[in-house]
Design a protein around this ligand. Structure first.
Ligand SMILES: *Cc1c(COP(=O)(O)O)cnc(C)c1O
Length: 401
C-alpha cells in the first residue's frame, strides 16, 4: 500500500518557478523578495512590521537579545514545546522557568505562570501549540496583576514595557486568530516558523512581527532586528551593492540570521495561496478526523474548537484515552508497518537529557506528562487525499479494538 507521510512540504510548480526566477535574477540572498515578503507578512497579520530571518529559533533569540535579556534573568515558558523555545533562553545566559500547561489542554497555564513570576522574570514565551492560540487574555491579566514585580533593566528596551513582555512562539499558528485579531498582532512580539514541516514553508526560515513601543517606533525596532541579524552591519548586502556605496560599519557584534531571497520567493508564492488553498486543505483533513473520532470513547480529540479563537489546523494531536507511553509507542510502530507515519508532539522539554542535567524534572509539570504519554499526531497536509485520511482512521480504529 502507498505510504502516507506525516507532513511532506506542499510544493507546486509555481513555487518552483518563483525560486528559479530568483536564481536567474542575479540576486539570491537578502534583497527585494525578502522585503516584499516582510511587507506581505505584516499586512496578513495586521502587524505594523515584520522582519524575516533564517528561522523561528533565530527570531526567538533576537527578541530576547533586543530586550536585553541575559545572565541573572528568568524567562517563563511552557514545557510542552520543541526544545528551540527553551534553548534560546539558555543561549542568552538567562534561566528558563517552566510553567506547566493546563489540565487537558496543551496551552500554558496562566495560574502556573502567576506562581512562577519573580523579580527576575523578564519575559514570558507562550506557545500556540498545534496552531491553537493560547489564552492571551488571562496571560496578560496575570502579568498586569504582577507588574509590581517587573524590574526592567535600565538602558534596555525592557523599560518600554509596563509589565513583563510576552513573546509568542507562534511557530505553529501562522494564520490563526484570537478574538478577531490575527496571531502576529496579539503578543508584544510574535515569532513564526517557515520550517519545512510548518503550514507555510521557506524550507528553513522565520519571521518576527511587532508594533511600536512607547517612544520607540516599529521602524526603529525593525532596524535593530536587521542590525542583529547581519553582524551589526549598518548596510545590508543589497545596499552595499549600490554604486559607490561599498563602505559600511559594524555597529555591534551581531549574528548571521538573515533570510535569503530564494527562501522569500518560496514564502511569497506559498502566501499567495495560503488562505484559499493551503488552509482549507488542512481544515478538510482535520474535520474528517474530527468527524471520525468525536464520540469514540477510546480517544480524545484535540481541544481546538471554541469561541473566540480560530485554529490554523497545524497539528492534529489525538490522545489515546487511558494509554501509557508503551502502548502509544506500540501503536505508532504498528501504524508505521502499515505505511502510515505518525508523530508525537512533544516530548516535554524537561524530559530531555540536556534539561534533566540542568536540574529540571517532569515532576514539576504533571499536566505536560499526562498529555505527552498518550498523544499521537496524525498526518495533516493539504494534499492528503480524503481516502488516505479514511485509511488513517480505519487503521487506527482497528488497532484500538
Ligand atoms: C518548529 C518550532 C520551532 C522552531 O522553528 P525553526 O524555524 O525550525 O527554528 C519553535 N517552536 C516550536 C513550537 C516549533 O514547533
Amino acid at each position: 500500500m502507498k505510504p502516507i507521510p506525516f507532513s511532506p512540504p506542499d510544493i507546486i510548480p509555481a513555487d518552483i518557478d518563483a525560486v528559479a526566477d530568483v536564481l536567474r535574477s542575479g540576486w539570491i540572498t537578502t534583497g527585494p523578495k525578502t522585503k516584499e515578503f516582510e511587507r506581505d507578512i505584516a499586512v496578513y497579520c495586521g502587524a505594523e512590521r515584520a522582519v524575516c530571518l533564517s528561522s523561528a529559533t533565530a527570531g526567538l533569540e533576537l527578541c530576547l537579545r533586543i530586550l536585553g535579556i541575559g545572565p541573572g534573568d528568568e524567562v517563563i515558558t511552557t514545557p510542552y514545546t520543541y526544545a528551540a523555545t527553551a534553548n534560546v533562553i539558555l543561549h542568552t545566559g538567562a534561566k528558563p522557568v517552566f510553567a506547566d500547561i493546563r489540565r487537558d489542554t496543551f496551552e500554558i497555564d496562566s495560574d502556573a505562570v502567576a506562581r512562577a513570576v519573580s523579580k527576575r522574570t523578564k519575559a514570558v514565551i507562550p506557545v500556540d501549540f498545534g496552531g491553537w492560540p493560547c489564552d492571551y487574555d488571562s496571560l496578560f491579566a496575570v502579568l498586569n496583576a504582577k507588574k509590581r514585580l517587573y524590574r526592567p533593566r535600565r538602558g534596555t528596551l525592557q523599560t518600554r514595557f509596563e509589565r513583563c513582555p510576552v513573546i509568542a512562539d507562534a511557530a505553529h499558528s501562522f494564520g490563526s486568530n484570537y478574538h478577531g485579531i490575527m496571531t502576529g498582532s496579539v503578543a508584544d512580539m510574535t515569532v513564526f516558523s517557515f520550517h519545512a514541516v510548518k503550514n507555510l514553508t521557506t524550507a528553513e526560515g522565520g519571521a518576527v512581527t511587532f508594533g511600536s513601543l512607547p517612544d520607540f517606533p516599529a521602524e526603529k525596532l525593525y532596524h535593530r532586528f536587521q542590525l542583529l541579524s547581519l553582524h551589526g552591519q549598518n548596510k545590508d548586502a543589497l545596499e552595499k551593492m549600490q554604486k559607490g556605496s561599498w563602505k559600511y560599519s559594524v555597529d555591534l557584534p551581531g549574528y548571521k540570521y538573515n533570510m535569503t531571497d530564494m527562501q522569500a520567493a518560496l514564502g511569497l508564492s506559498q502566501l499567495k495561496r495560503y488562505e484559499k488553498e493551503i488552509l482549507p486543505g488542512r481544515e478538510r483533513v482535520c474535520s474528517a478526523y474530527d468527524a471520525a473520532f468525536s464520540g469514540d470513547e477510546r480517544v480524545i480529540i484535540p481541544p481546538f474548537r471554541g469561541p473566540g479563537r480560530k485554529w490554523c489546523w497545524h497539528l492534529y494531536p489525538l490522545r489515546l484515552r487511558g494509554a501509557e507511553e508503551d502502548e502509544r509507542d506500540r501503536i505508532i510502530t504498528e501504524m508505521a508497518s502499515q505505511g502510515i507515519s505518525l508523530n508525537v508532539h512533544f516530548i516535554p522539554v524537561v524530559l530531555h537529557p540536556a534539561y534533566r542535567e540542568r536540574g529540571y524534572s517532569i515532576r514539576t509539570c504533571p499536566n505536560a506528562y499526562t498529555m505527552y504519554r498518550n498523544e499521537i499526531s496524525l498526518p495533516v497536509y493539504p494534499g492528503l487525499p480524503g481516502e488516505d485520511a479514511q485509511r488513517v482512521v480505519s487503521s487506527l480504529k482497528r488497532l484500538l479494538d
